[in-house]
Design a protein around this ligand. Structure first.
Ligand SMILES: Cc1cc2nc3c(=O)[nH]c(=O)nc-3n(C[C@H](O)[C@H](O)[C@H](O)COP(=O)(O)O)c2cc1C
Length: 290
């Protein structure tokens, strides 16, 4: 199947940006300096649509996409506001018992198609728990299963032992009372299957924050759904996919007033290259150690 690369000859300004920016080197000029594809290279197209996106005059259509239906970029971003958004993001562990407005949920879903994936593979899948009642059913099932496993001293529940007392007292340490969650699963054969889902949830949490919706990365829920027998299959994901992570979300019960003051991470710069140790050096160094 072709990629249906089309150029509006009236609009084309022959700048060659589509040719330069095609990482698969599929496009070239024809004798009239109109971009055309090299047919035998079309199979290398990763469907990134950079040709459509970079064209200064909207002359290019590819994969049947009409450039007029793209969002035209106009504004400069306010970097101070973006930094503030990053600083203000908190892990939310107290939520209003209220479903997120459907329009806002839709906005979050629509955003997800713009997140990058390695080799533009686009094989993530998102499973949403969209209402309080469904979340309650999951919560009840997970709680009962965990208590049973802990009571019967099963290895899979060992990491939950320290939460046993609060769980028994009715504290929702796994789902933090969240009204929703999104479970991202990844195609087992995707080239960047480990990192793609994490990028997607990182975008999700920041965009959610900008909509007034709080989130929490949920390692505990991920562990439940991916490791605990009896819970592994309660969330259905496509057969070809594997659960990669879980994020809770909903309207926060309260807001945070000031930034935290985290310690900086270790950082340095590369200003010289270290010599690569040869195999001989490695052996020598190994035996010279006392
Ligand atoms: C990969 C990952 C997994 C996490 N899992 C949980 C979790 O299971 N339960 C929870 O309450 N918080 C979880 N958190 C939230 C962290 O505890 C939190 O990011 C950290 O305490 C700093 O707080 P802040 O996010 O508000 O800055 C997780 C965070 C990350 C990045």
């Amino acid at each position: 199947m072709g990629i249906n690369f089309k150029v509006d000859k009236e609009k084309c300004v022959h700048c060659g940006l589509c040719i330069k920016d095609c990482m698969s080197e599929i496009i070239t000029f024809d004798e009239n300096k109109i971009p055309v594809t090299i047919e035998e290279r079309e199979k290398n197209c990763i469907k990134c649509q950079h040709c459509l996106s970079v064209c200064p005059v909207g002359a290019i259509s590819v994969l049947d996409k009409n450039p007029e239906e793209s969002t035209e970029f106009k504004h400069e971003f306010n970097s101070d506001e973006i930094l503030e958004l990053i600083k203000e993001r908190r892990s939310i562990r107290y939520y209003k018992k209220q479903n997120v407005e459907p329009e806002q949920l839709q906005k979050l879903k629509d955003m997800l198609k713009y997140v990058p994936t390695g080799v533009n593979n686009h094989q993530l899948h998102f499973t949403f728990v969209e209402n309080l009642d469904m979340m309650e059913q999951i919560r009840t099932k997970v709680k009962a299963t965990l208590l049973d496993l802990v009571d019967n001293n099963k290895i899979a529940a060992r990491m939950f032992r320290r939460y046993l007392v609060p769980i028994k007292k009715g504290k929702d340490v796994i789902f933090r009372g969240a009204p929703h969650m999104v479970i991202v699963s990844t195609h087992e054969k995707a080239p960047c299957k480990d990192i793609d889902p994490i990028i997607a949830l990182s975008y999700f949490e920041l965009y959610a924050k900008s909509l007034g919706i709080g989130t929490c990365w949920c390692g505990l829920a991920y562990y439940c759904f991916s490791m605990i027998p009896h819970l592994k299959n309660i969330i259905k994901v496509p057969k070809t996919h594997k659960i990669a992570y879980v994020m809770l979300f909903g309207y926060p019960e309260f807001n945070y007033k000031r930034s935290t003051q985290p310690e900086a991470y270790g950082m340095d710069t590369v200003d010289e290259l270290s010599e690569d140790e040869t195999f001989g050096d490695k052996i020598k160094n190994f035996f010279s150690k006392d």
